[in-house]
Design a protein around this ligand. Structure first.
Ligand code: ADP
Ligand code: ASP
Ligand code: MG
Length: 486
């Protein structure tokens, strides 16, 4: 029987010593149940953001402030390592205490070297003043590099036969720094070399998420939130029986619980629905996570490391029948709408191709498109390429663009072929000014653009309309009666 399970722990599951010990307990529990985990860990909570700001600060030439950030990171990691080592002493095992002492010195030695290396790069950057995507990846990779090694040591102290594996040896990518594309066949091969032999020996390999390297060994990253993607790549590469995404909420909810406090856990959801939600902004899963799992039909679970007893969300190949039309509502903020208007478009063919070639040239993905006879409106992530894109498009048409927009997307297999749903949606958000409206070709989402400031109100109104009478087979209605366990 296949007992391989990939367990990915996000930043909040490794944010401090207490969280790391909780995580160790969860992994030890899986081992005790006869499973063979491979663990993928994110950087400690907020560390990636701090590394990004250290890089930007150094690139502005402000070396002292960049060093102040790395100093805080160094102290936080060293303190956490110390607390983890002292945890062993507190268990009043004199031998464990001795081991903790010598182990701690070794930990501080390698951590010191890592942070020295990071500071060296930042000092160089402060002199040169040019932050390339390649250097940026090198800098942000430190978060996962350090957290994964520290976690491995914490696991070993907790009695788990864990072994550190540098993810950059396994996750082979192309050289699109910042959002590198994984090379599946090479990854499978590398996992066979660096991970599978440990499993055969009964060890628990621990890898940092988010980071990879090119064939030439240059460090890359998979994009923000990319540790989920690493988990799915590893799961697909070793043919795991399951992939578990451990986070700080009980699973995929009917909306972001930070926006809608009475959001409900969705017990099961299809790959297609989950992919759509992730793509349209539900931060709980990285959009690319699902594909490697789908290819091998591996179930994915989203679970809460602060509440491990909860059964979370199971993502499966097919959707279970659900009485409600939607499973969840996602929001993607910081979008821009670009309006391209040209009378030349009237009756002409090949025109849309010309427009989209511009986006292709700038490697800029678009979210939503709506067209009329003479105009195309396109929504896309607000980014620094917009002026260059607009300049290229203005050779074809009149172009204007406006930021601070948000996309609200409702997802559910059950909207296929159902009448009257759009009317309910528009009635629920009648007080909000809707911009572009679309129902995707997959027929499982309905989305619209609004002003960013209106997005939360729109989501709350839609949630009240569509989730006030939830189907108990799909949604965790028991939690309404026991709010304390959510
Ligand atoms: P991690 O660090 O574990 O990867 P993330 O912060 O990336 O965690 O994702 C978890 C967060 O995603 C939750 O705290 C929640 O605020 C947010 N979120 C957004 N949409 C949803 C949703 N539909 N269901 C659950 N969580 C959501
Ligand atoms: N640490 C990375 C980030 O914050 C990757 C991840 O957490 O998934 O984006
Ligand atoms: Mg995440």
């Amino acid at each position: 029987m296949n007992r391989l399970v990939v367990m990915k722990f996000g930043g909040t599951s490794v944010e401090d010593a207490a969280a790391i010990l909780r995580t160790a307990k969860i992994v030890a529990g899986r081992v005790a149940n006869g499973l063979q985990p491979v663990v993928v860990v994110s950087a400690m909570a907020r560390v990636t953001d701090l590394l990004i700001s250290a890089a930007a600060t150094a690139a502005r030439g402000d070396r002292a402030s960049a060093m102040a950030i790395t100093e805080r990171l160094r102290i936080r990691h060293c303190d956490t390592a110390m607390q983890l080592a002292m945890g062993a002493q507190l268990r009043e095992d004199p031998l464990a205490a001795t081991r903790a002492d010598s182990g701690l010195a070794a930990t501080h030695a390698w951590m010191g070297k890592e942070f020295d290396g990071l500071e060296e790069i930042l000092r160089g950057l402060a002199v040169v003043g040019e932050l390339t995507p390649r250097i940026s990846d090198m800098i942000v990779s430190y978060g996962e590099r350090v957290s994964s090694r520290m976690m491995t040591e914490a696991f070993v102290r907790s009695g788990i036969n864990a072994v550190y594996v540098d993810a950059r040896q396994c996750i082979v990518t192309d050289a699109q720094y910042g959002k590198a594309i994984p090379q599946d066949a090479a990854i499978e091969q590398k996992l066979k070399e660096h991970v599978v032999p440990h499993l055969a020996e009964g060890r628990v390999p621990v890898l940092g998420g988010f980071i990879g390297s090119t064939e030439q060994g240059v460090t890359t990253t998979l994009g923000r939130g990319g540790s989920d993607f690493t988990a799915a790549l590893v799961g697909g590469g070793i043919d795991a029986a399951a992939i578990e995404i451990w986070t700080d909420v009980n699973g995929i909810m009917t909306a972001d619980p930070r926006m809608v406090p009475d959001a409900l856990r969705v017990k099961t959801i299809s790959f297609e629905e989950a992919a759509e939600l992730a793509y349209f902004g539900a931060k709980v899963l990285h959009p690319a996570t699902i594909l490697p799992a789908v290819k091998k039909n591996i179930p994915v679970f989203v679970l809460n490391s602060k509440n491990p007893e909860n059964s979370g969300t199971r993502i499966t190949a097919l959707a279970a029948h659900c009485k409600s039309p939607f499973k969840s509502i996602a929001v993607k903020k910081r979008l821009t709408i670009m309006d391209v208007v040209a009378s030349r478009m009237l009756m002409s063919h090949g025109y849309l191709r010309e427009i989209f070639e511009v986006f292709d040239k700038h490697k800029c993905p678009v979210d939503m498109v709506s067209t009329s006879e003479v105009s195309v409106s396109i929504s896309l992530d607000s980014n620094e390429k917009l002026p260059a894109i607009a300049a290229d498009l203005s050779k074809l048409a009149d172009v204007k663009y406006e930021g601070r927009k948000a996309l609200v997307c409702m997802v559910g297999e059950n909207i296929r072929g159902q009448n009257g749903i759009a009317a309910r949606v528009f009635q629920a958000v009648r007080h909000v000014n809707l911009r572009m409206i679309s129902q995707g070709a997959s027929e499982i989402n309905m989305s619209f653009m609004v002003e960013e400031d209106d997005a939360e109100e729109a989501v709350r109104s839609l949630h009240a309309e569509f989730f006030s009478d939830p189907d108990p087979a799909i949604f965790d209605v028991e939690a309404i009666r026991q709010p304390a366990v959510r």
